[in-house]
Design a protein around this ligand. Structure first.
Ligand code: ZN
Length: 248
């Protein structure tokens, strides 16, 4: 009889752990995911260059509105007041490597444009009130593009209408352009226009942080990721946040 009570107790403990794990997971928060794709990869590409690589999606546009703000690679605002969390995917948080590249990619495709949303019919909102959905531009699935480009990781949280593993593995990705070599190999030419010899601050295009030129992080920074600012306000207004080590 003692054994039975113990069993019930340990079952309860397991149940409580499981429930709390599920509720943490359903928060749709960051996992620390990062990637080292430089934003220069997309400098020379237009939105239609990117869109042309992908096939039309089976997802349905259930509502459409203009994207007024891109928070990061997986969250945008619409002019109808809605905040959309891209379902099934997760991109780097602010300050984490890859944040700027993923954010710029979504800005290029969505900002100030009419986008369609296929709302997740199995779960409309996350716990922050954001609408969970697939973002559709020109009939193409942007969530899927983020995964295929390596700009996002899969974040599958059932119940969900969508199964992101299919997006990551499906072969709707029309051949990558690595043979033409025109897109990714010249990051420095476009970068140098924004650089300045007398820069007071150095930003990292990949983390979204900026530094004093003397900060040790600047020495470790890849040349292609350096962005130069003459004024602190310039860095702030472009969405960069101050490094906690050098406190610029
Ligand atoms: Zn620093």
């Amino acid at each position: 009889m003692k054994v039975t009570k113990k069993h019930i107790f340990s079952l309860l403990v397991i149940l409580i752990i499981a429930i709390s794990a599920i509720s943490i997971a359903s928060a749709y928060t960051g996992t620390g995911f990062s990637h080292n794709i430089p934003s220069s990869k997309y400098y020379d590409l237009s939105a239609s260059d990117i869109l042309s690589k992908y096939n039309k999606t089976d997802c349905h546009v259930e509502e459409s509105a203009v994207c007024t703000n891109v928070v990061d690679g997986d969250t945008i605002y619409l002019d109808n007041g809605e905040k959309i969390r891209f379902v099934g995917v997760n991109t780097p948080e602010r300050g984490v490597e890859g944040y700027i590249t993923s954010k710029n990619f979504v800005q290029k495709l969505c900002l100030n444009k009419k986008v369609g949303i296929d709302v997740d019919n199995r779960k409309h909102n996350d716990k922050y009130g954001r609408t969970l959905g697939v973002v559709i531009v020109d009939g193409k699935n942007v969530n899927e593009m983020l995964l295929k480009e390596g700009l996002a990781e899969i974040m599958y949280m059932p119940p969900s209408e969508f199964y992101p593993y299919d997006w990551a593995n499906g072969n709707t990705h029309v051949a990558d352009t690595h043979s033409s070599s025109s897109s990714s190999s010249h990051p420095t030419s476009s970068e140098s226009t924004s650089s300045s010899g007398s820069a007071s601050y150095v930003g990292n295009a990949n983390t979204g942080k900026f530094h004093e030129p003397s900060c040790s992080s600047v020495k470790d920074m890849a040349e292609g990721n350096k962005v130069f600012f003459s004024a602190r306000d310039d860095a702030i207004s472009q969405g960069y946040i101050p490094c906690k080590r050098c406190n610029p």
